[in-house]
Design a binder for this molecule. Sequence first.
Ligand SMILES: [Zn+2]
Length: 481
Amino acid sequence: MTEKAYEMTVGLEVHVELLTRSKMFCRCSTRFGDPPNTNVCPVCLGLPGALPVPNLEAVKLALRAALGLGAKINLESGFDRKNYFYPDLTKGYQITQYRTPLAQDGSIEISEPKKRIRIRRIHLEEDTGKSIHAGDDITTAGYSLIDFNRSGVPLIEIVSEPDIASPEEARQYLEKLQRTLRFAGVSDVKMEEGSMRVDCNISVRPTGSTRPGVPVEIKNLSSFRAVVKALSYEFERQVAALEAGERVVRETRHWDEAKNVTRPMRAKETSEDYRYFPEPDLPPLVLDEAFIREVRDNMPRLPDEIAAYYTEKLGLTEYDAQVLTLDPNLCSFFEKCVEKGAEPKMAANWIMGEVLGYMNRAGLTYEEIPVTPENLVELLELIKAGTISGKIAKDVLVKTIETGKSPSVVVEEEGLRQVSDEGELLAIIEQVIAANPGPVQDVRNGKEKAIGFLVGQVMKATKGRANPAKVNIMLKEKILS
Ligand SMILES: [Zn+2]
């Protein structure tokens, strides 16, 4: 039997930290990277008698996320206690929304295959502290350190329906989710800093079977690559087990990044294990229509809307629009170029090719675009006017980035103007013809390839400053007439 005989069903639970300045139920700072245990108080340490007060800004951001994901908002939701013991959870419970979430029934559309992944619920909760194990193995290191700065940071959890059928679909869903939340200003969604974390639920069954497979959860994946690899590994592991006639155990597993395997962590909890009950310290969360309308009216533009504008109004391709809407800063950079007179398709090509290429090589983030819109627009004008060739323009861009000088200044200082004087070009062409009798004879004999060689020689002699199309025509005229 082949693996095609089995199919996977995947649902994702994504935790996202909200971009608030203070925590979910107290005024402590949420700043990442502060010295351990400096942003704490009786509320987020769970000291007796401390009472939680919900953060209005967190509710607003969660609403934005829900609206951005097309979910239905529940005008009345509430908070519940999820009881479990874990060293980084001082209260012995987490405040979350169990009975009624803030929002439900949203979706995300992925493109390959074109498919809508349903979102079951979006709820608010608080983060736990962070354990730092000294050494790899707690039993040999003997101790763990706990930082409570993260304890009580506002989170939303976004739970998808099990509509995902491959690791690649999971990647697309997460990528789109991350993009939407970033544009909506909900979170900085940095997987490397833990502000976006993913749990996967995967089950495997014979293709077409109506009986669901046994769900296995893979916890705390910290990159899209890890999600793809962990799902692929887990699929093969479960297929092998089913083929061998073994039972797949319902459990929670951990992804071992170094060894590329999943390992059992614990038996999977069920909701009974958590003994949920309504949080007695908080009243129900009641929202009015006016508040929701205000959040809706202040929604930033989302990637799908921007991409549609780029393709329909600015004439970009679907692909261009997808790349430019990777990040809000990239969009605003592109739009400034267009505002300053750049032709949209040409600006898009240069941003996606040369500017992003440079940023990749230099390891720059989207917050660090190394050239100003003014300078890029000036460079494009120099190309359009025929002052420099596209090829030379690439070098000019790098010099502009590295020196901060404007493209025109670079062109003048380095003498990079295109040779457009026919007399000057003709003299060079005659030299090249005289120096290469063999290839010239080949051209006369109808060998097309030889002309390319001669064009190359002229380009070399002009240090790339000639227009190759023009050189091609002039060479042929000179040789064949
Ligand atoms: Zn606090």
